[in-house]
Design a protein around this ligand. Sequence first.
Ligand code: AMP
Length: 301
Amino acid sequence: MKTLFTVREMQAACRSLRQTGSLGLAPTMGALHDGHLSLVRRAAAENDAVAVSIFVNPTQFAPGEDYDAYPRRLAEDGAKLEAEGVDLLFTPSVEEMYPSGATTFVEVAGLGDRLDGASRPGHFRGVATVVAKLFHIVHPDRAYFGQKDAAQVAVLRAMVRDLLFPLQLVVCPIVREPSGLAMSSRNLNLSAAERDRAGALSRALQTAARLVRDGETGAAALRVAMLSQLSNEDGVVRLDYAEVVHPETLLPVADTRQGALLAVAAWVGQTRLIDNLLVEALPAERPQSASLPEQIEAMHV
Ligand code: AMP
């Protein structure tokens, strides 16, 4: 594995790899866990070469958010990626990615202000900008993202469409701890007690998922179920949002029959966590969602 620090070196290395085959990219902020590695493995299975970026992107953090506290584990991350057979690791400095005087940003209007975009103004502007830069540097054939960040997926899909990026965006399922907790680099900042409390998010989704499995399609009922589960956990977590939205527009839906995203965000101590469950639209004659039992099973709650 080659580790590259500058845009110029990375561009040259990617250009050379693309001459001999396809190239997959998994953008990350590091402190890698099995969720990240699931993206890397999928990229390795579907491409001739794999590039991973590790960059804690300052523009997607608002002042007062956890940019400084965000975990950084570059040595361990490098070893994990080497073991996966990754070809290129790109770990640029902030100055490389944002040249002095940089004032150009990518804004996905509308979508970028929904869910996490509503709670974290400017967050998706930062995400879209850095991902667009990475796409320009790497020119991947396929780029890999996690369903864990469902709103990010919606924003980036729109960006790829609108800015005509010639690549395929591949979305990988949420990888969870045995407890059901969605894996996240931020889990490293939780105490043992907070880690238990963080289970409230997947428990809320599990409660709603059981209702869906039993035939409930009303968004209001599902939202109430999530909220009441989370309010039972009052004092355990501080709710940011619990919503039932369209997976592409992120706008609230009245029912889940055409497919829906059940999304929650909550604070556990100083740490903000997110989780979600995708309810797929299926033809009326078939059960609601083939993947739902697997997602419920994965939560182990
Ligand atoms: P991050 O380092 O948090 O920016 O995440 C980098 C990529 O890994 C994003 O596309 C995330 O959605 C994805 N990812 C993070 N956690 C998980 C998880 N538990 N399961 C699947 N993908 C994940």
